[in-house]
Design a protein around this ligand. Structure first.
Ligand code: 8DG
Ligand code: MN
Ligand code: MN
Length: 376
């Protein structure tokens, strides 16, 4: 007799760090709708409703089966009235009219376009929308707009940057990053983080965490790396944020806090000789010159002290929702404060050291969750 895997809805934790969420999502129909709703609330700066839908999406992503009846979500956490209404409609009609209304909403459509530009967030979109701008074409045509350098390059390389980064491209950039960093720091540890570490096949950027085992630190490393890329003609843009970390400071309580590591938001030129039919035409020379043989790629480089590596790795591996829930769990269930630098036990008033992600989960009393199970 075969064993039927049992599933108990009431046992599903409200925290995604107590669930395993692979990329195998049986409920995409529902979670896509929730994510559209969440994004629309993000554009309206309604954080509470935004998080409500992101949490609901995250819960359905961990289910080992597709939801086909309302009974299937009974007893699950994070299923509020708004969420249940949408689930019910999708079960009955195959789609959500509320999500469809959002997709057709003029404000949503404009914000979606605006925020797809590197350097443009909700605040800038709001400003442009209030000025009466509705499309990126209108933004580009509006010569009186004062764009930041980030936004100018965002528009300049727009097509490349909106086309997703593949794993193959991530690996190619990984080689470049490793080679360059090791020119200056031969023993440096360079780890691919973000979505690719969680097993995603595509991403919007490539994230790397860099550390140097041992005591030696090099505050100039990032500057040396980008200077070399500049000389090699590989750097299309870079914004280096200097570290503001103060030793022994308490971890940040903010659930969505940025960390204080030195980091660089860059755009690299990735050469990719492409097979292009035009190259074999009669006017060969002319056409060869016309073919663009590179792609602009967003790269995030983060440098951390070796003793904070496990915390930085956990934070930069994400997902965003997984990270939020880790911090919320630490805070509310363990009276501890977790951020990308450290874990602080408020009751014992001590910092808990960790040399690996496994040790951080253990400090928190959590079962270890593999990176590919953190796609919450
Ligand atoms: P994607 O690029 O494939 O779209 O997804 P991702 O790799 O999961 O997202 P990301 O925006 O590149 O961020 C990677 C993880 O890093 C994400 O889970 C959140 C985390 N993270 C921090 N600090 C910061 C920060 O300062 N900025 C950004 N963008 N992400 C941060 O821990
Ligand atoms: Mn990423
Ligand atoms: Mn990133």
């Amino acid at each position: 007799e075969s064993e039927v895997p049992s599933f108990t809805a009431s046992k599903v934790s409200q925290y995604s760090c107590q669930r395993k969420t692979t990329l195998n999502n049986f409920n995409k129909k529902f979670t896509d709708a929730f994510e559209i709703m969440a994004e629309n609330y993000e554009f309206k700066e309604n954080e509470m409703f935004c998080l409500e839908f992101l949490r609901a999406a995250s819960v359905l992503k961990c289910l080992p089966f597709p939801v086909v009846r309302m009974k299937d979500i009974q007893g699950l956490p994070c299923m509020g009235d708004q969420v249940r209404d949408i689930v019910e409609e999708i079960i009955e009609e195959g789609e959500s009219s509320r999500a469809k209304d959002v997709l057709n909403d003029e404000r949503y459509k404009s914000f979606k376009q605006f925020t797809s530009v590197f350097g443009v967030g909700v605040k800038t979109s709001e400003k442009w929308y209030r000025m009466g701008l509705r499309t990126l074409e209108e933004v580009k045509a509006e010569k009186t707009l004062k764009l930041s350098k980030m936004q100018r390059v965002g528009l300049l390389y727009y097509e490349d940057l909106v086309s997703c980064v593949s794993k193959a491209e991530a690996d190619a950039v990984g080689l470049i990053v490793k080679n360059t960093v090791r020119t200056f720091l031969p023993d440096a540890l360079i780890t691919l983080t973000g979505g690719f570490r969680r097993g995603k096949k595509i991403g919007h950027d490539i994230d790397f965490l860099i550390t140097n085992p041992g005591p030696r630190e090099d505050d100039d490393l990032l500057h040396k790396v980008v200077d070399l890329w500049k000389k090699q003609g590989l750097l299309l843009y870079c914004d280096i944020i200097e570290s503001t970390f103060v030793k022994d400071q308490l971890p940040s309580r903010k659930v969505d806090a940025m960390d204080n590591f030195q980091k660089c938001f860059a755009i690299l030129k990735l050469y990719q000789p492409r097979v292009d039919n035009r190259s074999y035409n009669a006017s060969k020379e002319f056409d060869m010159a016309e073919v663009k043989d590179w792609k602009a790629i967003r790269v995030d480089l983060v440098i951390c002290p070796f003793e904070q590596y496990a915390y930085a790795l956990l934070g930069w591996t994400g997902s965003r929702q997984f990270g939020r829930d880790l911090r919320r769990f630490a805070n509310h269930e363990k009276k501890m404060i977790l951020d990308n630098h450290a874990l602080y036990d408020k009751r014992k008033r001590i910092f808990l050291k960790a040399g690996s992600e496994e040790e951080i989960f253990a400090h928190l009393g959590l079962d270890y969750v593999e990176p590919w199970e953190r796609n919450a």
